[in-house]
Design a protein around this ligand. Structure first.
Ligand code: BES
Ligand code: MN
Ligand code: ZN
Length: 498
């Protein structure tokens, strides 16, 4: 992880002293960058006007996504980079994180750089550091040869007016970054390595952070009656697991996070087409987000009681695989006609939701799942689907999404959708027709939740990206970690107020 060092402002940006030798300086700034007496003007003076001349001939106006790079503007300075973040009034956390990510990218070929801020940007310095850190993520476990243009950047110095306050804020954001990295690592791992037992072993490492971890193996799940989850797992040589994580940051009833952890989804007997099937290693993105969120809250020592429960299975084909037409008995006792073995996520979640609700009586439950291709049709790769029967929880999650940039969009629910789940032979079937099928999937889950405030996040479109963004290289996004962490923060605040 990028090493972030927080210190007092760089003298050169205050018009004091000369540049350090070979200094690489990045300045994040809005459109009013050329304010008299601001850091820009001092830097311009120190470079004998080179900076001003460069900006004049570039298109740099301090707007979002703009940047301007100067190489060797004077003898002592190796490089100056200006990153635009738009006007102060429009500055928010996602913008600042994107600017931080862009900053790290602009200096990726040096080992360390100095990062400074102009105007209101300084308030967001910790988030710029966060953006730089998570933008710098790489999953390199299986490269045995170093790539030619592998990033060199190791350390960022942040020069700010209030280093002590910022250090504290960074401490807690760094914990969240570690949670994001944990989730991305899990999603990036290939499915031959990260099978359900291995996933459970990795979760056990959370014990080092003070998280209680309990693993239920297949025999226990059978005794407990996890019939829907085990039906999905039965075609695989890899045994199913359910992992329970508990972080006790208060004595209140817990908040429960539930995750779909299908380590590979072949579709089962209702097999998927070959093209793109490899992407189904990401079908455990919900579980990864739950694990990452527990890592984040434990590392930053949140004052809330949080439970994570993830259902870990592999959906495969074999002589013993579940068939279309099978009827299974769920943990809740309700029977399900499995008409399509590729609608497996809801079968896994049905048991895990019912179990978590009964055992922990949480004050609320949020599940995350790469549940349907239909949500990708609805919302693309931009927002995740938010389904909830509880307006307060839905609004809190929506707001947390806007704040963190892990954006959601609320989808409808209702009886007319629920009705479509009727089966001729069992209490319900696991598929409906294609119209509105993300909603009917959510409706299926709702049947296992009862009256606990609950929300379901369908993250099928956002768990993986095929193009790079400033805060995220292409590949696993870790979507959900920051959102869940933000939800926990809200509860910490309201618990303190109460
Ligand atoms: N894991 C998939 C959904 C998915 C699709 C995740 C694309 C990520 C990207 C899920 O298990 C699935 O196969 N859903 C089916 C349901 C259908 C059979 C009712 C789908 O969406 O096609
Ligand atoms: Mn599937
Ligand atoms: Zn799936």
């Amino acid at each position: 992880m990028l090493d972030i060092q927080i210190q007092a402002p760089f003298p050169i940006l205050q018009g004091k002293g000369a540049p350090e030798s070979e200094q690489t300086l990045v300045l994040i700034t809005g459109p009013d960058f050329d304010n008299a007496n601001g850091p820009f003007s001092h830097l311009d003076a120190a470079t004998g006007g080179a900076l001003g001349r460069a900006v004049a001939i570039s298109r740099f106006k301090g707007q979002r996504d703009q940047s301007c790079v100067l190489l060797a503007p004077c003898a002592a300075v190796a490089r100056i980079v200006l990153i635009g973040c738009g006007p102060d009034e429009e500055l928010d956390i996602p913008t600042m994180e994107a600017a931080g990510g862009q900053a790290a990218k602009a200096v990726h070929d040096t080992t360390h750089a100095d990062l400074a801020f102009a105007g209101r940007c300084a308030e967001f310095a910790a988030h710029a550091a966060f953006g730089a850190t998570i933008g710098r993520y790489r999953f390199d476990l299986y490269h045995t040869e170093e790539a030619e243009n592998a990033p060199q950047l190791q350390r960022l110095h942040l020069g700010v007016d209030n280093p002590d306050a910022l250090r504290e804020e960074w401490e807690s954001l760094r914990a969240v970054a570690q949670g994001v990295f944990r989730a991305r690592d899990l999603v990036s791992e290939p499915p031959n390595i990260l099978n359900p037992p291995e996933f459970a072993r990795r979760i056990e490492t959370l014990r080092d952070l003070g998280v209680e971890v309990e693993i239920l193996n297949a025999a226990t799940l059978r005794e407990l009656g996890f019939g829907a989850l085990l039906g999905v797992a039965q075609g695989s040589d890899q045994e199913a697991r359910v992992a329970i994580m508990r972080y006790r940051g208060s004595e209140e009833a817990p908040i429960a996070f539930i995750g779909k952890g299908v380590t590979f989804d072949s579709g089962g007997i209702s097999i998927k087409p070959a093209a793109g099937m490899d992407e189904m290693k990401t079908d455990m993105g919900g579980a990864a987000a739950v694990v990452g969120a527990l890592e984040a809250v434990a590392r930053r020592k949140a004052k809330t009681h949080v439970i994570g429960v993830v259902g870990l299975v592999e959906n495969m084909l074999s002589g013993n695989a579940q068939r279309p037409g099978d009827v299974v008995r769920s943990y809740a006792g309700k029977t399900i006609e499995v008409l399509n073995t590729d609608a497996e996520g809801r079968l896994v979640l049905a048991d895990v939701l019912a179990y978590a609700k009964e055992r922990f009586q949480p004050r609320l439950m949020v599940d995350l799942a790469t549940l349907t291709g239909a949500i990708v049709v609805s919302l693309g790769h931009v927002r995740a689907g938010l389904f909830s029967t509880d307006d307060t929880l839905a609004n809190a999650l929506f707001d947390a999404g806007e704040e963190t940039g892990e954006a959601l969009w609320r989808m409808p629910m209702g009886k007319a959708y629920d009705r479509q789940l009727r089966s001729d032979i069992a209490d319900m079937k696991n598929i409906t027709g294609r119209p509105g099928s993300s909603i009917t999937a959510a409706q299926f889950l709702a049947r296992f939740v009862g009256d606990t405030p609950w929300a379901h996040l369908d993250i099928a479109g956002v768990a993986w990206r095929s193009d790079a963004a400033p805060q995220c290289p292409k590949g696993a996004t870790g979507f959900g970690v920051r959102l869940l962490d933000a939800l926990v923060r809200r509860h910490e605040q309201s618990d303190r107020a109460a």
